[in-house]
Design a protein around this ligand. Structure first.
Ligand code: HEM
Length: 158
């Protein structure tokens, strides 16, 4: 399916890049908050802020990213399952979306409730989880720019 004119396609791509890199920004803020709380700086104040970012920003943002990403694929000649770089992005983004909903934001809420009482292992997780997510997002950005690996299936010979 390729139903977009040039201007509409660029508008959709702008929305896609803007939302996707916002996810990376939100992750980096969570790393800073988690690292500050890990080092003992006001965890009772920092974890509730991190939980707010998770609930008010990450949850709606990740769904928007997924939907706009899929729209970018199905409404352009790239297709959703036609090129490896798009297919891998779809898989990684879907897994990450699940982790945000099932692990990250519940963990942030738990941290907000526990504050300074949060176990050291869980405090470490509040840095490692957004850190790994940020690294994966940089990988996805590189994938989007380099567009490696070609087509999923070769075109049938004429
Ligand atoms: C459901 C997941 C995703 C799908 C299906 C998807 C699909 C696509 C497609 C098809 C394009 C090309 C659009 C066009 O040329 O008009 C694109 C561009 C792009 N995507 Fe994604 N994407 C997804 C997630 C992400 C994520 C999570 C990031 C960043 C962390 C990202 C970053 C980018 C960037 C930077 C471009 C612009 C590349 C360029 O114009 O050279 N995408 N994406």
């Amino acid at each position: 399916m390729n139903t977009l004119n040039r201007r509409a396609r660029k508008t959709l791509l702008t929305a896609h890049v803007a939302t996707s890199v916002s996810w990376l920004g939100a992750d980096l803020v969570l790393v800073v908050l988690g690292a500050a709380a890990l080092s003992g700086r006001a965890p009772d104040g920092l974890y509730p802020v991190a939980a707010l970012i998770g609930d008010w920003l990450l949850l709606p943002l990740t769904v928007a990213i997924w939907l706009i990403g899929v729209a970018n694929a199905v409404l352009t000649p790239w297709g959703l399952l036609t090129h490896w770089w798009v297919t891998v992005k779809l898989i990684v983004t879907t897994v990450m979306l699940g982790l945000v909903y099932l692990l990250l934001t519940p963990g942030l809420r738990q941290a907000a409730e526990s504050g300074a009482e949060l176990a050291r292992e869980d405090r470490l997780n509040m840095v490692v989880a957004p850190g790994v997510s940020g690294a994966l997002l940089i990988f996805l950005i590189a994938l989007s720019v380099f567009k490696p690996w070609g087509r999923v299936r070769r075109a049938a010979p004429r």
